[in-house]
Design a binder for this molecule. Structure first.
Ligand SMILES: [Zn+2]
Length: 151
């Protein structure tokens, strides 16, 4: 399975890639290029970046690196899907916040964790054991599906 690494400029893309099921590390700070390269090497990750210099340095180190040229998020997502494909069963398998796998959870167990209305309107819930975020197929999910279908 492919593993990705998004640098600081690609935070929104990283979130989306996780929701789509890609194992994605996001560097949320101004980490020096050498450290990014080190991390990518260690964890065998493909670097996604908008930074031309990083692309050059990483390629010199024989690391697989993709320069994300589009500014538009839809186009960015599209370019990644085109390269790596999309597995439908993997969608909504990772936490958008922390990249840990999320698991289906008993509805009763989230009763006190989500707003009452959300609980009443949804039958299925997922849970991130790492950061405790609860997921359901609400508006966010529907918008995302629409977005993917459009792509
Ligand atoms: Zn999480």
């Amino acid at each position: 399975m492919i593993k990705l690494l998004c640098d600081q400029m690609l935070g929104t893309l990283a979130k989306w890639l996780r929701l789509l099921g890609y194992d994605t590390v996001y560097i949320d700070n101004d980490l020096p290029d050498e450290d990014i390269i080190e991390l990518a090497k260690k964890e065998n990750r493909i670097i996604l970046t908008r930074d031309k210099n990083l692309v050059i340095t990483a390629k010199r180190e024989n690391l697989r690196t993709i320069e994300i040229k589009p500014v538009d998020l839809d186009e960015q997502i599209k370019s990644v899907i085109k390269k790596f494909g999309l597995e439908e069963k993997k969608i909504l398998s990772r936490c958008s916040v922390c990249n840990a796998p999320i698991v289906k959870i008993d509805r009763e167990k989230v009763k006190n964790l989500v707003p009452k209305k959300v609980f009443e309107n949804n039958k299925e819930f997922w849970f991130c054991e790492n950061c405790k975020k609860v997921y359901w197929m609400g508006t966010h999910w529907k918008n995302m599906k629409k977005r993917i279908e459009k792509l």
